[in-house]
Design a protein. Structure first.
Length: 316
């Protein structure tokens, strides 16, 4: 096999990539035709898309190709989870330089497939083009299996706010890597590959979640979307948030505030949801705040005076 993507060619690359992507039971027709065919048993399809650009969302000297694949898939799968749905399939658009090693593209594909397999989903197709940088665009499909979607607009005064997953880890890893270090390994790996709490979205829907959101741009920023859509005030209690020891260690070494990473750090892809106060939540869901009449998001009853999360165009 040729070493570079340019030598292999578009269709040779597609063949090399798709040969390593097994298809699951939701796929009626996989890669090979002009389109794939995916089952939609209840007549509805949940769809989301996300884009990763080299040197903006990942760096090849920081992350292996498989890591980038895992991350690209996870970010989309978590959005499907946030609707209370089950992911079924992914479609991938890939832009790559002609001199990119074929092995890198194949490892990227393997990462995508491995992450999708964690929820029984499949990579069913896509496209490849020549690009000066690596660009990965993923569209994810999912099924609600007859249930209603959980929207951002359903939170009501009197609800509690609960979190499933971890926060601040990816930001801690980014801070470490940006200073030229590779340890602590736990936070570096968290930056490279999100740990999505798969299954928690449908679980929350079954428990009666009134609103839900994937935390990809920072807890406060994403809760701001819920507060705006629902027309409520959301207050986060700092004392209820977990600041893990690895975050404390890194923050201490860097002279930073680890709580700020938990409140505003992105790319962990946890789920945050609102529930009626009388719902008994499973152990992996932790109450972190409350919903009341009003607008916006506060921390401990006060406005947060720092940026609340990531904005792709801030400072541009």
């Amino acid at each position: 096999m040729p070493d570079s993507v340019g030598e292999l060619g578009e269709f040779g690359l597609i063949g090399a990539v798709t040969a390593r992507l097994p298809q699951g039971p939701d796929v009626l027709l996989g890669p090979g035709d002009d389109s794939a065919v995916v089952a939609a048993p209840d007549g509805r399809v949940v769809v989301t898309t996300d884009l990763l650009v080299e040197n903006r969302h990942f760096r090849r000297d920081w992350s292996a190709a498989a890591d980038v694949g895992h991350k690209a898939a996870a970010q989309n799968l978590s959005d499907i989870e946030a609707m209370g749905a089950r992911p079924t399939s992914l479609v991938v658009g890939l832009g790559v330089p002609a001199d990119l090693p074929v092995s890198w593209a194949v490892e990227l594909s393997a990462g995508l497939g491995e992450e999708a397999a964690l929820v029984g989903a499949s990579v069913v197709g896509g496209d490849v083009v020549r690009s000066p940088l690596v660009v990965v665009s993923v569209t994810a499909l999912g099924t609600l299996a007859g249930a209603a979607p959980v929207l951002r607009s359903g939170a009501r005064a009197g609800d509690v706010v609960a979190l499933c997953g971890r926060l601040g880890w990816a930001e801690a890893g980014y801070q470490v890597l940006s200073r030229g270090f590779r340890t602590p390994r736990a936070v570096v790996e968290a930056h490279r590959r999100p740990a999505v709490p798969y299954g928690a979205g449908a679980e929350a829907a079954g428990l009666g979640a009134t609103a839900m959101c994937d935390v990809s741009d920072g807890l406060l920023g994403d809760l701001g979307h819920v507060a705006t859509a629902s027309g409520v005030l959301i207050d986060v209690s700092p004392s209820l948030l977990v600041v893990a020891e690895p975050l404390r260690e890194v923050a201490s070494a860097l002279g930073a505030d680890p709580l700020a990473w938990v409140l505003t750090g992105g790319d962990d892809n946890a789920l945050v949801a609102t529930f009626p106060a009388d719902v008994e939540l499973p152990e992996r869901w932790t109450v972190i705040g409350s919903v009341s009449a009003g607008s916006g998001v506060t921390v401990g009853g006060a406005e947060y005076d720092q940026p609340a999360g990531h904005d792709h165009f801030a400072g541009s």
